[in-house]
Design a protein around this ligand. Structure first.
Ligand code: HMG
Ligand code: MG
Length: 324
């Protein structure tokens, strides 16, 4: 293994490719949705819009903007109607939004959304807590949503939460996860995102699930991964997924995140930490790490607490003048 570049002193990793990895990864940024849905204090709409603009300017190709859910269930995102039109300088194809049901889809379509995500659960406990439905009732709720969205030419993502462990039910059997994944694809979802909602997965488990899905006829090209970082495993899990051929990875700028209906969920894999690893491996993302870090530092200033991202922290320390 020979380094192909000198390590610059500007806060970029040295590039050392490794075999068996994709040439390019599409980062699906979830900070404005998954991150800000979990803030104790609701973030002002103008701040959300500015954050999304900064993320777009940093080159993130897809930025999950908000959710059209019941405002009482997620009050932090109750301003979706105000926020989405403020982003009209950005291509709506870059701005997916979460919709749980036909009402949510109607709200999103009225504002010109072009990319949506429905969000199911592999476990009954979380389906009940998050959607007030059983797993199969939630699938039935999504059916007309996916059908209409596809008729309107929208791209549809299907999230599946609790793919590895569940705070109420413990470890989740692979067959249970595979069944709901298959059902989401059969509804017509264009891609699936496998959620480790509470961040308990480890790399062998990730490999095992991806293999089980392939064995059930689900191609890896339809799969993305969504790791929360509760146990510090998100980056290792991501590498395992990349080695399996996954090329869509969810991450949250500055490591923001969690889920209001799963208490043990912490932030997602930080986008900066992901970008540092990918660029170090010579994998293209189109993201400008310095601009991305600046966006997270700016938001951390607004939120009044430091980002938990190790890369953000390291870059900030590097930027400080050395004391003699
Ligand atoms: P429900 O109480 O069963 O709703 O909630 P309902 O269908 O019985 O309707 C009750 C009332 O809500 C009605 O109004 C509806 O019109 C209204 P009323 O007739 O009583 O005046 N309503 C709505 N209003 C606005 N927008 C809507 C909407 N739908 C119904 N879309 C519901 C069911 C699905 C609405 C609720 O459970 C909900 O909003 N849940 C969202 C929870 C959520 O957003 N969780 C976080 C996202 S998931 C996540 O973070 C995990 C992920 O990151 C992956 C991972 O990490 O694993 C994606
Ligand atoms: Mg999540």
């Amino acid at each position: 293994m020979t380094p192909t570049d000198d390590a610059p002193a500007t806060g970029l990793p040295m590039t050392v490719p490794a075999p068996g990895l994709p040439a390019r990864v599409r980062i699906h940024e979830v900070g404005p949705r998954d991150g800000l849905q979990n803030e104790a204090r609701t973030v002002p709409t103008e701040v959300k819009a500015e954050f999304i603009r900064k993320l777009a300017a940093a080159g993130l190709p897809v930025i999950e903007a908000t959710s059209f859910v019941h405002p009482k269930w997620v009050p932090q995102l109750a301003d979706a109607e105000q926020l989405f039109p403020m982003l009209d300088g950005l291509d709506a194809e870059r701005l997916p939004v979460l919709v749980p049901n036909e009402k949510g889809l109607a709200r999103a379509l009225a504002l010109g959304a072009r990319r949506i995500a429905v969000f199911g659960s592999a476990t009954e406990s979380f389906a009940r807590a998050n959607l007030n439905r059983t797993v199969d009732e939630a699938l039935a709720m999504f059916e007309p949503v996916v059908r209409r969205a596809r008729d309107e030419g929208l791209h549809v993502r299907g999230y599946l939460s609790m793919c590895f462990g569940d705070p109420w039910e413990g470890p989740v059997p692979l067959a249970q996860v595979v069944r709901v994944c298959r059902a989401l694809l059969d509804l017509g979802c264009d891609e699936l995102s496998l959620g480790d909602t509470i961040g308990v997965a480890t790399p062998g488990h990730v490999r095992g699930l991806l293999t089980a899905l392939n064995d059930a006829g689900v191609p890896t090209s339809h799969l993305g991964v969504h790791f929360h970082d509760t146990y510090g495993q998100a980056l290792a899990n991501t590498l395992a997924a990349l080695q399996h051929g996954v090329t869509t990875v969810d991450a949250s700028a500055g490591g923001l995140g969690g889920c209001p209906y799963a208490k043990s969920a912490t932030g997602n894999l930080a986008t900066e930490d992901l970008v540092w690893m990918l660029h170090g491996l010579g994998i293209e993302t189109g993201v400008d790490l310095a601009r991305l870090t600046a966006a997270s530092v700016w938001l951390a200033g607004v939120l009044g607490r430091p980002s938990p991202s190790r890369t953000v922290l390291a870059q900030m320390n590097q930027a400080r003048p050395h004391k003699e």
